[in-house]
Design a binder for this molecule. Structure first.
Ligand SMILES: O=C(CO)COP(=O)(O)O
Length: 253
């Protein structure tokens, strides 16, 4: 009933040549595994999007996502990439709200909500990231904090609009640290987020939303994580840069 998605966020890594090699290897190894309601989404640096699209053209359930989109539509915003530009090259997904963008680029809830709006207005599905820091987990109502991130970024949307969104729960303390959240910890949050969506939009909508887990997902941690009832796949960073590891994670879904 829900799409099972494995997404690879390459962040600011790989030369063009390396990006093409990685994509070819993943497609060769994983293409036959990704059928039915399964999807693989590669998130290369924006510079490589059109090239990577060509290398996945024969892999039906593969697509690309941009790692970022401007909240502005056009104009004097040097270095930015707009939703109409992404739409014009056929990009169907974009990461919005990644903790690295929130932290290093000062992206506020208001900016993220606007990014969600411009993406949806151009037929691009947001992969909306949320998650708490270690300090918040230790000292605060961390579930309440992450629920509030969803409320601020998404809950102005209509039912039809939110059905296009993919949610990615990425606890900051698990990103790039090798400290994966346990399947129990992740499941606790995913269930809480699904019920938060259900309170606003109804159970039927909540049941259709894919909620991915991200944070040090590896070939060894993926099977247990993906087996949890409310975990619908993963948003993978470091392990998505290695074709063999990423393929193992795709197979675990
Ligand atoms: O930030 C992430 C994906 O968006 C997770 O990164 P790692 O898998 O390297 O922890």
């Amino acid at each position: 009933m829900r799409n099972k998605i494995v997404a690879g966020n390459w962040k600011m890594n790989k030369t063009m040549e390396e990006a093409v090699a990685l994509t070819s290897e993943i497609v060769n190894m994983a293409k036959d595994e990704v059928t039915g309601d399964a999807q693989v989404i590669l998130c290369p640096p924006a510079l490589y999007l059109t090239t990577i699209q060509k290398y996945i053209a024969d892999a039906p359930n593969f697509s690309v996502a941009a790692q970022n989109v401007s909240d502005k539509l056009s104009g004097a915003y040097t270095g930015e990439i707009s939703a109409p530009m992404l739409q014009s090259i056929g990009v169907k997904y974009v990461l919005i709200g990644h903790s690295e963008r929130r932290q290093y680029f000062n992206e506020t809830d208001a900016i993220l909500a606007e990014k969600v709006n411009v993406a949806l207005a151009h037929d691009i599905a947001p992969i909306f990231c949320c998650g708490e820091s270690l300090e918040q987990r230790q000292n605060e109502d961390y579930i309440g904090f992450v629920k509030n991130q969803l409320t601020a970024g998404l809950f102005h949307l209509s039912k039809e609009q939110i059905l296009s969104v993919v949610i990615a729960y990425e606890p900051i303390w698990a990103i790039g640290t090798g400290l994966t959240a346990s399947a129990e910890q992740a499941q606790e949050m995913h269930a809480a987020l699904r019920s938060h969506v259900s309170e606003k939009y109804g159970q039927e909508v909540a049941d259709q939303l894919s909620i991915l887990y991200g944070g040090s997902v590896s070939a060894s941690s993926a099977p247990e994580l993906f087996a949890a009832p409310d975990i619908d796949g993963g948003l993978v960073g470091g392990a998505s840069l290695k074709s063999r590891d990423f393929t193992e994670i795709i197979k675990a879904r």
